[in-house]
Design a protein. Structure first.
Length: 77
């Protein structure tokens, strides 16, 4: 994931910098399977790795296609 998304994801899943990813021994703060990342580039180098952890990831093109499909269905009634 991009640098900003990747660091936040690492922290909440307990993979980040230990002094903030495990404050008072409470980390990880989020289980991989409960995490959803939206708007990732479809060519992100870590996309397969992150999905392999059980984290749900939706790329920008996937989101755009879903919006288009929903709008078309709504317009058709």
């Amino acid at each position: 994931m991009g640098a900003s998304a990747g660091e936040g994801t690492a922290i909440v899943t307990g993979r980040g910098q230990p002094d903030i990813a495990d404050i008072d021994g409470l980390g990880p703060y989020c289980r991989d399977g409960d995490l959803v990342i939206l708007g990732v580039r479809d060519h992100d180098e870590q996309l397969d790795e992150v999905r392999g952890l059980g984290i749900t990831v939706h790329t920008t093109p996937e989101i755009a296609a879903a919006i288009t499909d929903t709008l078309v269905a709504a317009l058709r009634g």
